[in-house]
Ligand binder design. Structure first.
Ligand SMILES: *Cc1c(COP(=O)(O)O)cnc(C)c1O
Length: 352
């Protein structure tokens, strides 16, 4: 079985598989450093200031991961026992090991969505009045782009309408913007627009932006000072973290515009896959760098398809019982995609 990191393997599992660029590695070597727990790492401070500026917020905080960033944002804006309203298919609800319940002590109120698009009426209907029988509804979370929704963009008009409803009910608003730059690039808007109607945003440096680690949260200065203490409490106080933050600065300065290439390659991949018998994909649903593929017509299990693909030199993510996920990133060009399509066809058609 080919090794995941072998250069001949085409790894389409996730944009988290990206390696740091040469410019990042060089920046990491020469970054001025200090002890960040004392607020004395100039490179971390620069990344935090740059991030805040990008999002039009007062301050930023460098955290170890997106999961930690989301948790810190929730904890800084809630009390244990409060209710958090969020998409039932959101990363926060689905993939963060239940941290919002076990660590933050929050009560989730999951709302259904259509691949990440929450119907404003559903949001309205699930926000309950204050009553001693209910937990206190405190915060509403959005996710953009939407991971389990296939990298789908939540358009700004819908985003704004949902935020308005949450505000009418006095809720704080957090945006899980792990891939918010993909959303902004795909819609030719800026992250400023999305950030303007929410209190806090978390974005990942490690996805398409290719950093080896880290996420950033942004919000008001008052929020960030609370978040800083919570990060410390969770074990996220770092020392010469400028080593990692240096890569983050390169990401913000050099890696955002090129996300458009990943989106182009995802479309190319989706179009090619739609011609392969047994696989079906809604090409028009590919907004950004993800391609979700339905393999029901192959008649075999997700596990089996993933294994066959792997044996043909393509790594994909299985989404049982009937889906595969492919994600493009900066290590793929058009030739890589064409070769991936040949291999996927071989795995699915020739291997029957
Ligand atoms: C990846 C991701 C996260 C979490 O980031 P980690 O760094 O993996 O903890 C949060 N939300 C979304 C939508 C993600 O895709």
């Amino acid at each position: 079985m080919p090794d995941v990191n072998s250069t001949c393997v085409i790894n389409l599992r996730s944009d988290t598989q990206t390696l740091p660029t040469r410019a990042m590695l060089e920046a990491m070597c020469s970054a001025p450093l200090g002890d960040d727990t004392y607020g004395e790492d100039p490179t971390v401070r620069r990344l935090e200031a740059l991030s805040a500026e990008r999002f039009g917020k007062e301050a930023g905080l460098f955290v170890l991961s997106g999961t930690m960033g989301n948790l810190v944002c929730l904890m800084a804006q809630t009390n244990p026992g409060d209710e958090v309203i969020l998409d039932a298919e959101s990363h926060l609800f689905y993939y963060e090991s239940g941290g919002l319940a076990s660590v933050a002590g929050l009560m989730p109120m999951p709302v259904a969505s259509d691949r990440g698009w929450i119907d404003p009426r559903d949001l309205r209907n699930c926000i309950r009045a204050c009553d001693i029988h209910f937990p206190v509804p405190r915060i509403f979370c959005l996710e953009n782009t939407h991971n389990r929704g296939g990298g789908r963009v939540i358009p700004f008009a819908l985003h704004r309408e949902l935020c308005q409803i949450a505000r009418e009910h006095g809720l704080s608003i957090h945006l899980d913007g792990a891939r918010i730059f993909n959303a902004a690039i795909a819609t030719k808007t800026t992250v400023l627009e999305y950030a303007s109607t929410v209190d806090t945003v978390m974005f990942c440096l490690t996805k398409g932006l290719s950093c080896p680690m880290g996420s950033v949260v942004v919000g008001s200065s008052e929020f960030i000072s609370r978040a800083r203490q919570i990060r410390k409490r969770l074990g996220g106080g770092m020392r010469q973290a400028g080593v990692a933050a240096a890569a983050g600065i390169v990401a913000l300065e050099e890696m955002i515009e090129r996300l458009a290439d990943d989106h182009f390659h995802a479309k190319l991949l989706a179009e090619g896959i739609s011609d392969i018998p047994g696989l079906s994909v809604d090409v028009s649903s590919v907004d950004t760098n993800m391609v979700y593929v339905d393999h029901t017509s192959t008649g075999v299990s997700t596990e089996n398809i993933v294994e066959r693909l792997r044996n043909c030199g393509v790594i994909a993510d299985g989404r049982p019982p009937d889906q595969l996920r492919f994600v493009t990133n900066r290590h793929h060009d058009s030739a890589t995609i064409q070769e991936a399509l040949r291999r996927i066809r071989a795995a699915v058609v020739d291997n029957r």
